[in-house]
Design a binder for this molecule. Structure first.
Ligand code: C2E
Ligand code: MG
Ligand code: MG
Length: 595
């Protein structure tokens, strides 16, 4: 019995120990399995995060294995698709399949690295960029046994790189090639033309008065115009030609494969007629024309930069001829451009060197022929350039910002003299000063005018500010505010050059104008053009209805004055009475009138 009991005990101990070991073993197995599973999951997750798939290809059995990420990347369902070499190649973009296949087979054949970038085309629409690598294992007889590889989705990086390359070559606003790419294309066209013995035309375009649009309507609307202008240019050219944006409102068009110089003509004419259509921006209609300059390879130069420079000179010539036309380059055009550069150079520091002066053109009351005021007109005498007309230097002063200190100079000069004249002239007298749209961008404008008036000891209503319609077109709140402040200051406000712009009646109602000045171009035709006469008549009637006074500019003859008197125009200015006079001359004239 004892032996039996001992044996049973032994068996129980053995069974317990054994089952314990089995349980332990099973537990160990399970935890190992668990660990592997976790590792596998971690690997899958890591692959997913890194957009990195892995694959194994058993070449002997022709068996392919893809990780889950490869299925995801190829947008394939692992339950429906069996991985295979053919499926791997089929996932590539049709244009890249040959390349991928050959690269892999070569790498296996020559035991070289397989390390390539190519595109996938998925569901016939999605393109992905991938970077694939693999290594092949060989047997003892050097026969390939298996390949293991990775495939990495690099689409985001590729798109980023493409974006950076695009930004370096294309203008972000219009999407057109920028200066860099345009010049590169021009060089390319020139070498093609040299080989084929044909011609290349470079068209340099600059939008007319775009600066006014930007200054007055604001940069957002300006940008809108540029986009629309780019669209129009693209609509005109042939498919192989290039339209580029050089910067600002300057564009370039490159026409290759021309037989003759005149080959550029239809394109230039096409552009001009395209720009004759109105632009609708923000629900408003605008005209925006363009001036074009053309240079031709090999006639004008065989060098890209020089061709561009020559086309630029020709463009300036078009501007000088009145804009909205095209001109072919000639040698003499370079001199016009160097004139402008000279002006810019000499204008710098001219105010400090005392090269400016102010002349005064009397304003006459038509009803009694009495002087009732004068317009201050700026003059520039430069030792190198001689006398330069305001029509030439004011636009440059505006571009360079010099107009702001120049404007203050004119104002102070004019008010100083007016103070003197008023003390000796017993009739009413006011002084008109031109204010450029650019001056309105100076936040100190109103304060400067206020200070100038108080320093000159003259009543504010003796100062008349002449502004053009361009100032008002932007509708910028700072311009409205400045005009309201100026009106509160008590100065008179005149609309200059009425009839040349949009001649908008709503501006006359909306803003506190006191005077309108009818442009010289209407007055000069008053004696022989019935239509101009009727226009002036209508303007005067309308102005009087709005309680505005009317000044006729540029009166040169007795007949013109007679008509103006008949139409009840209030005041006149012009060579018929006086050319602009120096301050001394003006002083003696007023003295004579006083007697
Ligand atoms: P605007 O304000 O319309 O000035 C009238 C222009 O017509 C002046 O030309 C004047 O000399 C000219 N003129 C006057 N009467 C006659 C005439 O009977 N016949 C002809 N053919 N011309 C006449 P100017 O002085 O050459 O000035 C041209 C433009 O330059 C001015 O046109 C004005 O827009 C601008 N300007 C002149 N001085 C200043 C200034 O101080 N500041 C600003 N911002 N602009 C100025
Ligand atoms: Mg004026
Ligand atoms: Mg005028």
């Amino acid at each position: 019995l004892f032996v039996i009991m001992i044996s049973i005990l032994f068996i129980i101990i053995m069974v317990t120990a054994f089952s314990h070991r089995i349980v332990k073993g099973v537990k160990h197995q399970m935890s190992l399995y668990h660990k592997i599973k976790i590792n596998e999951n971690n690997l899958l997750r890591a692959q997913k995060i890194a957009h990195l798939g892995s694959w194994d290809f058993n070449i002997i059995d022709n068996k392919f294995k893809w990780s889950a990420e490869v299925f995801d990347m190829f947008e394939l369902d692992s339950n429906l698709v069996e991985p295979s070499y053919d499926a791997f190649i089929a996932s590539a973009h049709p244009d890249d399949r040959e390349y991928v296949n050959k690269s892999y087979l070569d790498s296996v054949k020559w035991n070289t690295s397989f390390d390539i970038e190519y595109r996938l085309l998925l569901n016939e629409k999605t393109i992905k960029h991938v970077h694939a690598r693999c290594e092949t294992i060989y047997g003892i007889r050097n026969e390939p046994i298996s390949s293991s590889g990775t495939i990495h989705d690099i689409t985001t990086r590729k798109l980023h790189e493409e974006k950076i390359t695009h930004q370096a070559h294309f203008d972000s606003l219009t999407g057109l090639p920028n200066r860099f790419l345009s010049m590169d294309r021009l060089s390319q066209l020139l070498s093609d033309a040299q080989r084929h013995n044909d011609k290349v035309a470079v068209l340099f375009l600059d939008l007319d008065n775009f600066k006014t649009i930007n200054d007055t309507l604001g940069h957002d609307i300006g940008d809108n115009f540029l986009i629309k202008a780019a669209e129009r240019l693209l609509a005109v050219i042939r498919s192989g030609d290039t339209v580029g944006r050089l910067g600002g409102d300057e564009f370039i068009i490159l026409l290759g494969g021309l037989n003759s110089i005149s080959g550029a003509q239809p394109v230039a004419e096409g552009i001009l007629s395209e720009f004759r259509k109105v632009f609708v921006v923000d629900g408003r209609e605008f005209m925006l024309t363009t001036s074009i300059g053309i240079s031709v390879y090999p006639d004008d130069s065989d060098n890209p930069s020089e061709l561009l420079r020559n086309a630029d000179s020709a463009m300036y010539h078009s501007k000088d001829l009145g804009r909205n036309i095209y001109s072919y380059f000639t040698e003499s055009m370079n001199s016009a451009v160097s004139r402008k550069l000279n002006l810019e150079e000499q204008l710098h520091g001219a105010l400090n060197r005392g090269e400016f002066s102010v002349l005064y053109q009397p304003k006459i009351d038509i009803s009694n022929n009495r002087i009732v005021g004068a317009e201050a007109l700026l003059r520039w005498y430069n030792p190198v350039l001689g006398n330069v007309s305001p029509a030439e230097f004011i636009p440059i002063a505006e571009q360079t910002g010099l107009i702001v200190p120049l404007g203050i100079y004119v104002l102070n000069e004019a008010l100083k003299n007016t103070c003197h004249w008023k003390s000796m002239y017993s009739y009413k007298f006011n002084i008109a000063v031109n204010i450029s749209p650019v001056q309105f961008r100076d936040p100190g404008l109103v304060q400067n005018i206020k200070t100038a008036i108080s320093l000159a000891y003259i009543p504010a209503e003796c100062l008349e500010l002449e502004i053009t319609e361009g100032v008002l077109m932007s509708g910028h709140s700072y311009i409205n505010k400045a005009i309201i402040n100026l009106n509160e200051l008590g100065v008179t406000i005149a609309m200059d050059d009425f009839g040349t712009g949009y001649s908008s009646l709503s501006y006359l109602r909306k803003y506190p104008f006191d005077v309108i000045k009818i442009d010289r171009s209407f007055v000069s035709d008053i004696t022989n053009d019935q239509k101009d006469r009727e226009l002036i008549n209508a303007t005067i009637v309308m102005a009087h209805a709005l309680r505005l006074k009317v000044v006729a500019e540029g009166v040169e003859t007795k007949e013109q004055l007679k008509y103006l008197k008949e139409l009840s125009c209030d005041y006149a200015q012009g060579y018929y009475f006086n050319k602009p006079l120096s301050a001394e001359h003006m002083c003696s004239l007023l003295k004579d009138f006083s007697q």
